[in-house]
Design a protein around this ligand. Structure first.
Ligand code: ATP
Ligand code: MG
Length: 332
């Protein structure tokens, strides 16, 4: 069953410099029990998508189009109090910077208890017990529930936020770069932790990260975003082993050597697109080694690749995939 369904979502920010078309007509769905990754380099629109789903966009943002449904319920038409109930209870959010989610003048335990007691009839004593339990679940010393956020390290604060997010057994966890800025060992531990808990609680995950190795380890399906568009989506193993969109190949450092400039292409050179105007051609065209005339003038639709359970937006997907495959074979 589809848990979350995002259909043709577009989001614009109105800034002093003019409108910014940050998300442009993206669609994806997350089925029950699926771990889904949203990837793409900085400014591709990942966090904006998450905030649109959660109803947490700032006032100067406008959802221009699109339907967002959670278990068939239209999330865009929720009243503030309905939304309040949905957040935490059904959809939990681990934001990009954990410190933003914590109140510096309240102990960690008090914040977790407050999150629980806002939604559940639970005595102080039981809420305390639950907070300690959650601390243990995320690998924190339960005796530290009465510490303040500043008494924890960055990695520990991230765990406090995860504990809070899990307090009410949500059906979907949305985690936005939950390990960015932490050292690699801590990153691994936190990812393991999220996965373990998620298995225990049977929830689905929307993981936002640019780290493809984390995705390979944790997720079943993924979408790759660029310039507010979906470039490619499908099963993680298909997409990472057989990227078909040149942008995905670039993310994977897997551009085939087309000419002498090939070395430069490896890390997807160039700047992200300007989002001031709505795209007319493919957003990746200026940076794409496979671009043709059509790419500059006509936006590619996201289309299913026959027999591959993979969807891609690229006019030259067949050619790009073939050349990449040949390069792969040649390097074996
Ligand atoms: P990152 O990997 O750096 O977190 P992202 O994929 O999450 O990037 P977003 O934060 O969604 O990207 O930003 C998409 C675009 O929208 C960027 O150009 C960004 O500058 C712009 N943007 C994001 N938040 C705001 C805001 N509050 N006001 C105006 N513009 C914004
Ligand atoms: Mg972000």
């Amino acid at each position: 069953m589809t848990l979350l369904d995002v259909d043709d979502l577009s989001v614009r920010y109105d800034t002093r410099e003019g409108p910014l078309h940050s998300v442009n007509g993206i669609s994806f769905g997350i089925d029950d029990g699926i771990n889904y990754a949203l990837s793409g380099e900085s400014a591709s629109g990942k966090s904006t998508t998450a905030k649109a789903i959660l109803g947490l966009l700032p006032d100067h943002a406008e959802i221009e189009s699109g339907a967002i449904e959670f278990e068939g319920r239209d999330l865009r038409s929720l009243t503030p109090s309905e939304r309040q109930d949905l957040l935490w209870e059904e959809i939990a959010f681990i934001p990009q910077t954990a410190i933003d989610a914590l109140d510096p003048v309240m102990t960690a335990g008090a914040q977790i208890r407050q999150a629980i007691q806002t939604h559940r009839e639970l005595s102080e004593r039981n809420a305390r017990r639950r907070a300690r339990e959650l601390f243990e679940m995320v690998g924190l010393d339960p005796d530290r529930v009465d510490d303040y956020p500043h008494q924890f390290s960055g990695g520990m604060r991230q765990r406090v936020v995860i504990a809070m997010a899990l307090a009410l057994d949500p059906k979907l966890i949305i985690a936005d770069e939950p390990t960015t800025g932490l050292d690699v060992v801590v990153q691994d531990k936190i990812i393991d932790n999220i996965l373990q808990i998620q298995e225990e609680t049977d929830s689905s995950l929307l993981l936002i990260t640019h780290d493809l190795s984390v995705i390979a380890e944790t997720c079943d399906e993924m979408s790759v975003m660029y310039g507010g568009k979906i470039m490619e989506q499908g099963r993680v193993e298909n997409l990472l082993l057989n990227p078909t969109n040149p942008y995905t190949m670039g993310l994977k450092n897997a551009f085939p050597a087309l000419d002498d400039d090939a070395d430069d292409l490896v890390s997807v050179p160039g700047k992200p697109p300007s989002l001031g105007t709505e795209p007319t051609g493919c957003v990746f065209e200026p940076r794409c080694p496979f671009s043709s005339e059509e790419c500059a003038t006509t936006e590619p639709d996201v289309e299913t690749i026959p027999y591959r359970n993979q969807r891609v937006a690229c006019h030259n997907a067949d050619r790009a995939a073939r050349i990449r495959q040949e390069a792969d074979d040649a390097s074996r």
